[in-house]
Design a protein around this ligand. Structure first.
Ligand code: ZN
Ligand code: ZN
Length: 537
């Protein structure tokens, strides 16, 4: 319908239109309004009213729309500052079951439907896929085990037999605290030292100006596998750190790209350990990946496994049923080697930081510096960097990213939860994408007892941000009041994006004006005097 109108417009006007759209985006950004809102239909179970509501894309933490990314960065900086130098034990309430989980799962179901509709309509699903994988991470973080799409099967007993050796490290008796030690100087002042640690991955070949000097000998396969399993290595590091420190060490960490495109980690750690011990822990930490072999392709080109409704995937020539994921793991015998072993590199940086110093502030800014960008965004536009990134994407193309990755078919194994239509080299997980370059995990890692807010309050914060953006900030949060429904792509009831952006900007202005008024009334002042406060909110 809109196309007809577009064609009826004079050419000059049509050409000017993208400009208008750019301007509108700039205005939206100035007002902190999401420029890539997701329209959903909201059914109010109390009033029976149904309306279309724009959800800010940043309600899903991974989003990179600039206003949402900025907002998320600010939230993260506040969260980091809050927990780093705590002087009293954080109050952690036991997990309240399921309201958050249910909300996320329902939201995910809606987004999945939306994605499927888009796919059926032949539309690009890249954004929605990103939203879905972001939601999966959120759902797991909310304490739901397994994936919503796959069945949550209990861990196989076999994997416990392959428990990794505890590395040879000093071990202190565990004390029941999350706080670091304090030190009192001779003049009676108390200091609360903490750590800022930077960890990198090993070398894969000589690098100059961020690119390999010899791409042919640069170990892209290892670089790819290290990136894919980086978050597991970080988990191991934290386990070892706690064992050595002898207390429940808390951290706030950010995963960021290095110029050579390998992920690395900045970690604010509450409390302090001797620098030599941190280095010892880093050197002793490793993670083994006990997966089937993925070094030699068994099926390639046109000769790909075929789907059978009864048996799953078959060898295209012999008709033999391929080993299932569990069977493949079971056939790894006692002499089997892990598919991959990942360790940190030698480059370890450990800084002592005191509470409330400019140093601490600088570290917090540093920690959140890259949060508005994806891993792949770090590369500059040089030809050599682009080629380096392309080779990395190539190396990732057939690397299995998880047990459910379709790439397992290439190595003669049925992926976990196999379903029809899987094709090696066509995995949609974000780890394979150029923006992520192998690292599909969360960019910000925060331990459970980091800040003094209760877990429920943290959850409430995020919910509030979503609800506020939806214009229902002051309503009681009954999770069952609304039912959210996805809208089919191109739904005629959804106004054009420009109209929706304008509406949201206008709403935001009204809301700010109202806030200013309230503040002025409370302070007995002239409303214009508090303009900055309104803007900051
Ligand atoms: Zn957004
Ligand atoms: Zn994959």
């Amino acid at each position: 319908m809109t196309h007809v109108h577009d064609r009826a417009l004079p050419r000059a006007v049509r050409q000017a239109m993208p400009m208008a759209r750019d301007v509108l985006e700039e205005v939206a950004k100035l007002h902190g309004v999401c420029i890539r809102p997701v329209p959903l239909r909201r059914l109010d179970m109390v009033t029976g009213k149904s309306e279309i509501i724009d959800v800010p894309c940043g309600a899903v933490l991974d989003s990179k729309c600039p206003p949402c990314a900025k907002r998320n960065r600010q939230l993260r900086m506040a969260q980091c500052r809050e927990g780093w130098h705590l002087g009293t034990e954080p109050a952690i309430t036991p997990d309240e079951p399921n309201e958050e989980q249910r909300w996320l799962v329902e939201f995910r179901a809606d987004m999945q439907a939306k994605r499927d509709t888009a796919e059926q309509a032949g539309d690009d699903t890249t954004d929605l896929d990103a939203v879905l994988s972001g939601l999966d991470v959120e759902i797991n973080a909310a304490g739901v085990r397994g994936s919503v799409t796959g069945s949550a099967v209990p861990k196989r007993s076999r994997s416990t037999r392959r428990r990794q050796d505890a590395p040879d490290l000093p071990k202190r008796k565990m004390t029941n605290t999350t706080l670091g030690r304090t030190f009192t100087s001779t003049d009676g002042k108390t200091y609360r030292p903490s750590l800022f640690v930077t960890l990198t991955l090993p070398s894969y070949g000589k690098i100059r100006d961020g690119v390999p000097t010899d791409p042919d000998t640069y170990d892209y396969r290892r670089a790819a596998r290290d990136a894919l399993h980086f978050s597991k290595l970080v988990d191991r590091f934290v386990q070892n750190l706690r064992r050595v420190a002898g207390y429940d060490v808390q951290y706030f960490a950010a995963v960021e790209p290095q110029k050579r495109l390998a992920p690395h980690l900045h970690m604010a750690i509450r409390g302090t350990l001797p620098r030599t011990e941190i280095k010892q822990i880093v050197a002793a930490t490793y993670h083994q990946v006990w997966w089937p072999q993925a070094d030699e392709a068994r099926f390639d080109g046109d000769q790909l496994p075929v789907w059978d409704e009864e048996a799953g995937y078959l060898d295209p020539i012999t008709g033999e049923v391929l080993a299932t994921w569990d069977e493949a793991l079971d056939s790894l015998d006692e002499d089997a080697e892990p598919l991959h072993v990942i360790r940190f590199g030698d480059q370890v940086d450990v800084q002592g930081v005191l509470a409330g110093t400019p140093d601490a502030d600088q570290c917090i800014r540093y920690l959140s510096k890259y949060l508005t960008k994806s891993i792949g965004d770090a590369l500059d536009d040089g030809q050599a960097q682009r080629e380096h990134a392309a080779r990395m994407v190539d190396a990732l193309r057939y690397e299995p990213c998880s047990p459910t990755c379709p790439n397992w078919l290439r190595y003669g194994v049925q992926p976990k939860n196999a379903k029809p239509g899987m094709q090696p080299g066509r995995c949609r997980s974000k780890a394979h994408k150029p923006e992520h370059l192998g690292y599909g995990g969360r960019r910000v890692l925060v331990s459970r007892k980091w800040s003094n807010k209760t877990l429920a309050e943290h959850r409430q914060d995020r919910r509030t941000w979503v609800l506020e953006a939806l214009g229902q900030a002051n309503e009681p949060t009954d999770p069952h009041r609304y039912i959210w429904r996805p809208l089919p792509a191109g739904d005629a009831n959804v106004p054009p994006l420009a109209v929706r952006l304008l509406r949201t900007v206008a709403e935001r202005q009204r809301w700010r004006a109202h806030l200013r008024e309230l503040e002025a009334r409370a302070a007995g002042q002239d409303p214009s005097a508090t303009e900055d406060m309104g803007r900051a909110a």
